[in-house]
Design a protein around this ligand. Sequence first.
Ligand SMILES: NC(=O)c1ccc[n+]([C@@H]2O[C@H](COP(=O)([O-])OP(=O)(O)OC[C@H]3O[C@@H](n4cnc5c(N)ncnc54)[C@H](O)[C@@H]3O)[C@@H](O)[C@H]2O)c1
Length: 260
Amino acid sequence: MEDLSGRTAIVTGAAQGLGRAIAERLLNLGASVVGGDRLKEKLENGAATLNITDRAKYHPVAGDLRSAMMPTMLVDRAISETGRLDILVNCAGGSGDVGVQHIDELTDELWDQVIESNLSATFQCCRAAVPHMRAAGWGRIVNFSSSLARGMRGPVGTVGARLAYCAAKGGIEALSRQLAFDVAADGITVNVIEPGFVLTEPGARVRERFEALSADEKQAILAGREPGDLPQPSDVARVAAFLVSDEAAHLNGLLVPVGA
Ligand SMILES: NC(=O)c1ccc[n+]([C@@H]2O[C@H](COP(=O)([O-])OP(=O)(O)OC[C@H]3O[C@@H](n4cnc5c(N)ncnc54)[C@H](O)[C@@H]3O)[C@@H](O)[C@H]2O)c1
């Protein structure tokens, strides 16, 4: 297993779903974790309910990544608590709660919301984190795309504003490829996890939207698989933990599909 003792990580989207599983995994591998999310209550409850041994290493920061202040707040907390920042996992995002099938139904407001919560937030967190990693000559960044970045036919299913979401995730992939080249000489790697469909815990967004679908719609998403065949959030967390470890020093600029 990876050893992240002495490392400090920021994980965005840590209140639920994949971000929560990643925060838990990194903490259990010895890292200190600053978890960011706009769901204040859930994030702070997480500090009490995560399956971790050392709660003192978890530092929740509630706030919206659409605010310019949030990336700085996350980095400042990492530095004030531990004096360092080694790892950034940009997991916050998603396609929103409103299913939008057609381009002419996609409002500017929804477009901005999805682009800002995924692509702009990823850019701004990377921009805030890189100077600290560069100064240390070591850094690991993992960004989150989706298999949907390559598009899909048919109904939106569990996805919200699909067109904006595909654009945002495609942007994250392109940003990450270029950033990987730009910071390689500083000892920093930038990789992207591209999940397929991952059923997160009850109460998390993807699970809630899946449960609300008809039996036929569920079958279309499962495409012949049983729910138990799908990757679990802990499987995604294991991949993220490897990508931020010393062992992954020579993996840079990769797109890593999980369960696509
Ligand atoms: N679960 C899946 O099947 C799946 C598939 C492909 C990609 N992904 C991607 O993986 C990541 C995690 O997905 P998930 O299923 O855990 O989603 P989720 O909705 O359960 O969790 C995402 C978290 O990000 C937070 N967040 C979103 N926008 C934010 C903002 N502007 N400011 C602060 N916090 C914000 C939400 O509050 C939420 O807690 C997302 O980037 C998502 O697009 C998930």
